[in-house]
Design a protein around this ligand. Structure first.
Ligand SMILES: Cc1cc2nc3c(=O)[nH]c(=O)nc-3n(C[C@H](O)[C@H](O)[C@H](O)COP(=O)(O)OP(=O)(O)OC[C@H]3O[C@@H](n4cnc5c(N)ncnc54)[C@H](O)[C@@H]3O)c2cc1C
Length: 402
């Protein structure tokens, strides 16, 4: 185990932090209030080569490791969840899925311009009647000669109004459940595709989220990703990457909540002393500090497994669950530390709290990750990691099924 960062990782953190301090933090309050997604930030991230962090150079990326991607997400979310969400979706859910499942032609056509940030990718899995229960999706794809016809709708799709390419999941066999779902690369310009932003969001107001409508959209057969019926597997592998970036981002919210709270502790006095000197306030600060460390350790452990090509669904799910819950708690406590001032947008902490709710819901709700962790512990899931522990833990065999 290695707990130190490389010089390259330290320098990436420095660059992203400076970018966030200069180009996001001074404007974010206004963008959030106006419910404005500042697209130019994506272009600036592309200039900084941050739209293809883990994508190999041969496909237009910079070929850095997963924990460097984590650092980018952490630092971006320290500014606002909206831009980390954009990187999670564009890179984690879309580009890395193209890298894993795409043909050489698909990679050249779609991945290369995405990795450079010239084109933006989105991920369309959720539907009005299918969120956690992915298999309940109703969007269909019917083969007709050398193309498929897609009909249906997707909702809560991040970057829906700005994406050039979508990964759209649809049923090619409505009776085959998990095995009946397929994944398609769909371009915004394909006739019959339209999008509409969702209004009235509680948080991530500086982000773009909305609906995607598919009305007889003709998709060339060569835009099928993987084989017919592999869509569920593709979606789950995409989530392994997406969840990792969400977990890393949550560390950024904890960091921002801690920074704001420490600053306020120095400024605010009650009963003749700084509020940081009151033990119950210290308890909230201590919890934020401890949770930042715990969340980072879980994220970097999952990142290390990914760097070594090891299966990491369990570790990534744990990192996502724990860090997103911790971020929500940290933001909530940051509001508490600020007292009534925390309840107004004079301070950023109320935005942190509103933003921190979404990651507890998307990319697997808290309940879905709780169930996953229970199933791993109970041995209800095939788990190669547990098998590897066998020599050290003789009773583990009885917990492993399958
Ligand atoms: C800001 C934002 C951005 C998003 N971006 C995207 C995106 O880019 N692409 C995309 O495809 N989706 C996106 N989503 C959608 C998100 O992934 C879904 O909202 C999420 O999967 C949950 O689905 P749902 O909202 O339909 O809730 P449901 O699945 O209907 O769940 C409702 C409640 O029931 C609980 N529940 C459900 N099943 C169980 C169970 N078996 N046991 C116990 N409890 C259960 C859930 O935990 C939750 O509390 C986004 C959502 C948000 C809020």
């Amino acid at each position: 185990m290695n707990f130190s960062f490389t010089e390259e990782q330290k320098s990436v953190r420095k660059v992203v932090r400076a970018f966030v301090d200069r180009e996001i933090i001074p404007y974010i309050k206004e963008w959030d209030e106006k419910v404005h997604f500042e697209e130019n930030i994506l272009k600036r991230l592309a200039d900084l080569q941050l739209m293809g962090v883990c994508i190999p150079e041969e496909y237009g990326g910079v070929g850095m490791d997963y924990n460097t991607l984590a650092i980018v997400c952490e630092e971006l979310e320290r500014g606002d969840t909206a831009f980390r969400t954009a990187v999670s979706v564009h890179t984690g859910l879309n580009s890395m899925t193209l890298l894993q499942w795409g043909t050489e032609e698909q990679k050249q056509k779609y991945l290369v311009p995405q990795a450079t940030g010239e084109k933006i990718g989105a991920f369309g899995l959720t539907e009005p009647n299918a969120g956690s229960d992915v298999v309940a999706m109703e969007t269909t794809a019917v083969k007709a000669g050398d193309h498929y016809i897609l009909n249906g709708s997707k909702t809560w799709i991040s970057l829906c109004d700005v994406a050039d390419h979508f990964l759209i999941f649809a049923k090619t066999d409505t009776k085959a459940k998990h095995h009946g779902i397929s994944c398609f690369i769909v371009e915004r310009t394909f006739e019959g595709l339209s999008t509409k932003a969702i209004k009235g969001k509680m948080g991530i107001r500086a982000g773009n989220t909305g609906e995607v409508f598919l009305d007889n959209v003709k998709v060339p057969a060569e835009n099928l990703l993987g084989y017919e019926g592999e869509g569920f597997k593709i979606a789950m592998s995409a989530l392994d990457n997406g969840r990792f970036t969400v977990a890393a981002g949550a560390c950024g919210t904890i960091m921002a909540s801690l920074e704001a709270s420490v600053k306020y502790c120095e400024e605010r006095k009650t009963f003749g002393k700084e509020i940081g000197k009151h033990q119950l306030v210290q308890q909230m600060i201590a919890k934020m500090s401890a949770n930042l460390e715990i969340s980072r350790l879980l994220v970097y452990k999952a990142g290390e497994l990914k760097n070594n090509g090891k299966r990491n669904t369990q570790e990534t799910s744990l990192a996502k669950w724990i860090s997103c819950d911790a971020a929500y708690e940290a933001a909530n406590d940051a509001v508490q530390v600020h007292g009534a001032y925390g309840f107004s947008n004079e301070f950023p902490v109320e935005r942190y709290l509103r933003n921190a709710k979404a990651p507890v819901i998307y990319e697997g709700t808290r309940e879905i990750h709780t169930i996953m962790q229970a199933e791993y512990a109970l041995g209800y899931r095939e788990d190669k990691t547990l098998r590897k522990m066998l020599p050290a833990w003789p009773f583990a065999e009885s917990l492993v099924r399958g």
